[in-house]
Write a protein of this length. Structure first.
Length: 168
């Protein structure tokens, strides 16, 4: 396993559409393992392959609820309902946080590293994370969908709350 470099906002690759994964081989397994290691090293809750420079429809997610890490290959949202508004950030946009509206509840389907399909249901933070990561696969960033960018002062306060254990 290896920690890969996370591409940031200026890199035009983040705006490209990722390709469907059709080979479920050792190379895919290695990419997914590297993505997990990279996500944990960066203390993120999700990472899309495009963020390590690979235009493949693959995502890893671990929001710390005991069900991660999830490997989502060719993920698709099959149902979405409700609405939530909350803070969102991205490992590719360090130091940017914004208020983003997302569905409260989603059902998705995705393949695993062996090509088998699975269904997942998520609410709250996990639903937000699924939507955010699937957006990456189509070249969308959270700043496209934000209702309000947090100011440096709001960001500082948020980070302080996190340090004091009050954040999510
Ligand atoms: Ni992101």
């Amino acid at each position: 396993m290896a920690i890969r470099k996370i591409v940031t906002e200026e890199d035009p690759i983040l705006r490209k559409k990722s390709r469907t994964v059709d080979k479920f081989n050792d190379k895919l397994a290695m990419i997914l393992d590297d993505m997990k290691e990279t996500m944990y090293h960066a203390e993120g809750v999700g990472l899309a392959a495009v963020q390590v420079g690979l235009l493949r429809r693959a995502v890893v997610v671990d929001i710390g609820d005991g069900e991660g890490p999830l490997e989502l290959v060719n993920p698709e949202i099959v149902e979405a309902d409700g609405e939530q508004e909350g803070q969102e950030g991205c490992l590719s946009l360090p130091n940017k946080w914004a208020i983003v509206k997302r569905p409260l509840h989603v059902k998705i389907k995705a393949q695993d590293r062996h090509g088998r399909w699975h269904s997942y249901e998520a609410e709250g933070l996990k639903a937000r994370c699924f939507c955010h990561e699937i957006d990456h696969l189509d070249g969308h960033l959270f700043t496209d969908r934000m209702t309000k960018m947090l100011t440096q002062e709001e960001l500082r306060r948020l980070q302080e709350e996190r340090r004091n254990g009050k954040g999510d």
